[in-house]
Design a protein around this ligand. Structure first.
Ligand code: SAM
Length: 317
């Protein structure tokens, strides 16, 4: 059987770690391949895939519509596509579960079907300054960011993201706050090795699959971005800034703790630090880091939880 995975990011890594052993994967597919291999397997374009034998293509990216159209244009059989993540505005994009049922088993498909809970975009949400593909990522998360940015008018300071990966959230920040200097902290090559003990090969490998130049291309206002490449907090040494908005998204405990210790004293009054994954049971280090910070400083943070996909926390300056 020939199973391909569409996507070479965290979604694909997650699938490999939790449901589909890498040995069962013939290769990966990407709309814009940036490397020839991912987790040691070949990466194809949809057009390359159409020339090969394939039984099932599991789509892990959230850009459902774009991928469906691209596959149709390439001549890929729609009934062989299995969308793991439906676009928020769709009921169920999957045309057929037959191939998945046959190749991966009924239990896999039943699990997937019960996880498909599409959230319609509410009519009262109003117009967004973000683009459709930005909203597809995690609607509640990016709209929360947009609402917070709308409250920063009188708040001075730069903006920053620690944990940028491929830049999809940094892109939203850049779009929403085009006049502010945007500091971007990441290794652009994955996590500090000592911090990843106990995490899966897919999770670790997927986060290596990015480059600083790819992120720069994502940004609508690259001239306002200052890249600090390397391990944080080393990359913040000598930086004298205060911040109106910070996105902290490094998944693991030590780096999250370092981010809280460095950014919170530099967060302006009226500003916000948006901490991703606070209520994600798969990443308990994030919550631990907040508890440690509060205990060690003796300060109770003023914070509001958000019901986005990974349970962010908004910490107020
Ligand atoms: C989950 S990803 C960030 C995703 C991104 N915020 C988004 O929403 O698209 C986590 C990133 O944190 C980075 N990271 C983790 N610890 C770090 C550290 N100590 N210094 C620099 N980057 C770090 C990893 O390289 C990875 O790219």
């Amino acid at each position: 059987m020939k199973v391909y995975v569409y996507g070479t990011g965290c979604g694909a890594g997650d699938l490999i770690d939790t449901a589909l052993p890498l040995e069962q994967v013939s290769g990966f597919v990407d709309s814009r391949p940036t490397s020839e291999t991912f987790l040691g397997k070949p990466v194809l374009s949809p057009e390359d895939l159409a020339q090969k034998n394939y039984d099932l293509v599991i789509v892990t990216s959230r850009h459902t519509e774009e991928i469906a159209l691209r596959c149709e244009a390439a001549g890929i059989d729609e009934t062989r596509l299995l969308f793991l993540k439906n676009h928020v505005t769709l009921i169920d994009r999957n045309q057929s579960y037959a191939a998945a049922d046959e190749l991966l088993g009924t239990a896999f498909v039943e699990n997937l079907r019960s996880a498909q809970v599409p959230v319609p975009v509410p009519p009262w949400a109003g117009r967004s300054h973000l683009e459709k593909t930005d909203l597809e990522n995690d609607y509640v998360r990016v709209r929360t960011l947009e609402a917070l940015c709308g409250c920063l008018r009188d708040v001075p300071g730069a903006v920053a993201e620690l944990g940028v990966y491929r830049g999809s959230f940094a892109r939203c920040i850049s779009l929403l706050l085009p006049d502010r200097t945007l500091y971007l902290f990441d290794t652009f090559a994955g996590f500090r090795q000592e911090e990843t003990e106990g995490y899966g090969e897919g999770f670790i490998g997927a986060h290596r699959n990015t480059t600083l130049e790819d992120v720069r291309k994502q940004l609508p206002y690259p001239e306002k971005a200052v890249f600090r490449q390397g391990f944080f907090p080393e990359t913040a040494v000598g930086l004298e800034e205060s911040f109106a908005l910070v996105s902290l998204d490094v998944d693991l405990e030590e780096s999250t703790y370092a981010g809280l210790c460095w950014f919170l004293p530099r967060l302006e009054r009226g500003g916000y630090l948006l901490l991703h994954d606070y209520n994600d049971p798969a990443l308990p280090g994030v919550r631990n880091a907040v508890a440690r910070y509060e205990e060690e400083t003796g300060k109770r943070l003023s914070a509001v939880p958000v019901c986005d996909r990974n349970g962010s926390l908004v910490i107020c300056g």
